[in-house]
Write a protein that binds this ligand. Structure first.
Ligand code: 5GP
Length: 222
């Protein structure tokens, strides 16, 4: 089976290739494992691409331009805002983060799904614009102690930055009720399996498969 559920040995009829891409929005406090879960899901699903955001924050050790983020000065970011180049943008922890619009539009036109690792403000903005296409997943840490441990283990941020992220974590966590699905990330493998099930199930909603009426007509005409 290919990732869109069609049979590889069967030549697709034109209507079978039509898909309506979904927008998978994943939010969580920093350190709850959202980034690892997202990257693994994208690696395992060829029809799902990751939206790479722009940010004014400094790169962390190991981060690469264009892979984790497009790193921008505040001036360059504000120029993009003025050009309406973002699908959404928000101030998170005092830095600006935004989703470049063009790659998302291109992916949807190509029938691909797009995964967004964005905060609750960005998720709400995208949902307001495209409510039919959005699926929102919230990742919770099993405990605040675990969250603190993961932020320290990552060893990418200074102690002051970690403390700030922990203080902000409760504000982010307070938004859990606005999401369609909530995963408590106790074990990576379990959380990853659950995320995969959510994605697969959401793909099977009739509205996301405009080829179904043609398929059923064909089926009944056999
Ligand atoms: P970090 O600095 O840890 O990479 O990200 C901080 C927060 O910003 C995370 O909650 C992340 O999901 C969020 N974020 C990353 N990119 C975007 C974006 O394009 N838009 C919005 N609204 N939030 C983002």
């Amino acid at each position: 089976m290919s990732s869109d559920g069609s049979d590889d040995h069967h030549h697709p009829r034109p209507w079978e290739t039509v898909r309506r891409g979904l927008l998978l929005l994943i939010s969580s406090p920093s350190g709850a494992g959202k980034t690892s879960l997202s990257r693994r899901l994208v690696a395992d699903n060829p029809d799902l691409i990751l939206s790479v955001s722009a940010t004014t924050r400094d790169p962390r050790p190991g981060e690469e331009e264009g892979r984790e983020y497009f790193f921008k000065s505040r001036e360059a970011f504000e120029a993009m805002v003025a050009q309406d180049a973002f699908l959404e943008w928000a101030d998170v922890h005092g830095n600006l983060y935004g989703t470049p619009r063009a790659p998302v539009v291109a992916a949807l036109e190509a029938g691909q799904d797009v995964l967004f690792d964005i905060d609750w403000q960005g998720a709400a903005q995208i949902q307001a614009r495209q409510p039919q296409d959005v699926v929102k997943v919230f990742i919770l840490p099993p405990s605040m102690a675990d969250l603190a441990r993961r932020l320290h283990a990552r060893a990418q941020d200074t102690e002051a930055v970690i403390q700030h992220r922990l203080e902000r974590a409760s504000d982010e966590i307070a938004r859990w009720g606005d999401y369609d699905y909530v995963i408590v990330n106790k074990s990576f493998d379990r959380a990853y399996a659950d995320l995969g099930h959510i994605y697969r199930a959401e793909r099977m909603k009739p509205g996301r498969n405009p080829w179904l009426p043609g398929f059923v007509d064909d089926l009944l005409g056999e």
